[in-house]
Design a protein around this ligand. Structure first.
Ligand code: BEZ
Length: 221
């Protein structure tokens, strides 16, 4: 897929996540086979043996159960070699006591980074930025988060994004600012006059016809 400049266009929300075959710390994988029927968090870090990355990768590992509970697999990627990844994983376990349960992709040629737009040369010429793709079981990109090298991500937010996407899908609703599980959700705004009338007849919290909040327990009514 190319844009008008002839360069490859990057996957955007709603588009298929590109497939790839790579070496990882768990052996060679083809992404689509490895994913099976799971959600996936595919996230890049700039470089092995760096401080912010060390805090991020160990925190994702410490929270691994929260992702498993949400049928979500984690996979990291950087342009470092398998050998470097293996040495770093051992070092992280030694200094933090945390073992990474998820694979790290050795993207030494930058193929995955190119497919997913993880290299931002004005930020850094060789390292991948902190890119994170949320991919659903149909291999559709559902959310994208990009951070610069100096800024560590928030794992609570990544878990919240999965909760919001899975809840929105299950109940055909949207989620408001700062939403967390248990909070009221948003009834999608009407698209027709008939839908306006239907929404005005609802017993939910109606701020106006386009802004209706609902307790999720009532979502099925
Ligand atoms: C870090 O993870 O601390 C880091 C990585 C690359 C460049 C600068 C900082």
């Amino acid at each position: 897929m190319s844009d008008t400049n002839g360069t490859r266009s990057l996957p955007r929300i709603g588009e298929p996540a590109p497939d790839f075959k790579v070496q990882t710390t768990h052996g060679e994988i083809t992404f689509s086979d490895w994913q099976k029927d799971s959600w996936v968090i595919l996230f890049s870090h700039p470089a092995d043996f760096t401080p912010v990355c060390s805090t991020e990768l160990t925190e994702f590992a410490r929270r691994a159960e929260d992702f498993t509970k949400r049928n979500t697999k984690l996979i990291g990627v950087s342009v470092d070699s398998v050998h470097s990844h293996l040495a770093w994983i051992q070092n992280l376990e030694k200094i933090t006591g945390i073992r990474l349960p998820y694979p790290l992709i050795a993207d030494t040629k930058g193929d995955v980074a190119a497919l997913y737009g993880m290299l931002h040369p004005k930020e850094n010429a060789t390292f991948t930025v902190r890119a994170l793709f949320v991919i659903d079981p149909k291999r559709t990109v559902r959310a994208i988060i990009y951070y610069p090298l100096s800024l560590g991500r928030n794992v609570d937010e990544v878990v919240r994004v999965i909760d919001a996407l899975q809840t929105a899908e299950k109940h055909a609703i949207a989620t408001p600012v700062n939403w967390k599980p248990g909070d009221k959700v948003i009834v999608p705004p009407p698209k027709t006059v008939k839908e306006v009338d239907e929404r005005l007849a609802l017993k939910d919290e109606k701020l106006d016809f386009y802004l209706i909040k609902r307790e999720l327990a009532k979502a099925g009514k």
